[in-house]
Design a protein around this ligand. Structure first.
Ligand code: ASP
Length: 325
């Protein structure tokens, strides 16, 4: 306590001599990072490699980051062999594939859907929520009705192999997500275009065999995704409940605003999760961040989280994130 008092006393002295405390001056400056004019894409897990390729096609032709992030995450969404996103995603415990997705553009506009059924590309519905409605989030029946009004086709999202896995799960009906196993691998993708503008997208089928109606972090702006084009963006994967409790992606962007490097900001968010979550040893959370100056970073609770990074300098590489425990 006395240390804190001394610190405060010193700060008051500093402020009165120099006019402004050092941290206050950096906080007061909003645009603290300058874009490099080079494109960058970062996305979660192995499936990020293909998503990045598709997003890069947009960016390399001078495309906007908002188009790149949508096109990018549509790749795993439409892959029937990907069991954690879109078509082929694992169903809830009652056998329904319910999808969550959100998108955010450089102006801070955003759109989101949760518990959406029968539509292969929820990210594109989320984008329509952003552009065609005054709202941010549509759920369930209403989201589906809106999607159909917008011309999205109904598809059967439950593939034979996901159905088989669900039938297998029903034998024991254990609700036990396993760290890093294909039962929860959201794609979160952040992109910066050549103009320096940042957008993000996040899409998932959520936890395999979840309770009907359960929604995780992925469609929640501030939890699964957040972009502030003055500072950067962040996205997440892993146990959504733990991420929502700390507003993980928003936290990371705010830490970068205070001067944290992207990896440091992700690490601090992981530490926040650990502090609040007594069960942290049994769950995985991974974060990614992209800062306005093009620097990137990631961090996870446990070993095993990887991410795909693509820039003109690095081509498209898979990186093992550092981890806490
Ligand atoms: N974050 C997602 C959720 O909780 C799942 C995941 O990323 O693995 O729904």
């Amino acid at each position: 306590m006395s240390n804190r008092r001394n610190f405060l006393k010193k700060s008051v002295l500093f402020t009165s001599i120099f006019g402004m405390a050092p941290w206050a001056s950096s906080l007061a400056k909003e645009n603290i990072y300058s874009p490099t004019g080079k494109a960058t894409i970062i996305s979660t897990w192995n499936h990020g490699i293909q998503a990045n390729e598709a997003a890069w096609e947009k960016l390399r032709n001078g495309g906007a980051s908002i188009d790149a992030v949508e096109v990018g995450v549509r790749v795993p969404e439409s892959d029937p062999n990907n069991t954690s996103v879109g078509l082929g995603g694992m169903p809830d415990r009652d056998g329904h594939v319910t999808l969550d997705a959100c998108i955010m553009d450089p102006t801070g506009n955003c759109g989101s859907v949760a518990g959406l059924e029968h539509v292969e590309n929820p990210i594109s519905v989320a984008r329509k929520v952003m552009t065609e409605t005054p709202h941010v989030l549509l759920v369930g029946e209403g989201a589906l009705m809106f999607a159909e009004e917008q011309g999205f086709k109904r598809t059967n999202l439950l593939t034979e192999s996901s159905k088989k896995a669900w039938k297998e799960w029903q034998k024991k009906s254990e609700y036990k997500p396993i760290i890093n196993i294909e039962n929860h691998d959201t794609i979160g993708l952040l992109a910066q275009d050549e103009n320096g503008d940042i957008s993000g997208a996040c899409t998932t089928s959520g936890l395999a065999f979840k309770m009907r109606g359960r929604v995780g972090d992925s469609p929640i702006i501030g939890a699964g995704l957040f972009v502030d084009n003055e500072i950067g963006g962040a996205t997440s994967t892993g146990m959504g409940e733990a991420i929502i409790k700390v507003a993980g992606s928003h936290l990371i962007v705010e830490l970068m605003r205070q001067g944290y490097e992207p990896e440091e900001a992700c690490k601090a968010a992981v530490e926040r999760v650990i502090k609040k979550e007594p069960n942290y040893r049994n769950l995985q959370v991974g974060f990614l961040a992209l800062r306005k100056d093009g620097s990137t970073g990631g961090y996870a609770i446990h070993k095993g989280f990887n991410y795909a990074l693509m820039t003109s300098a690095t081509s498209n590489i898979l990186i093992d994130a550092k981890f806490k425990v």
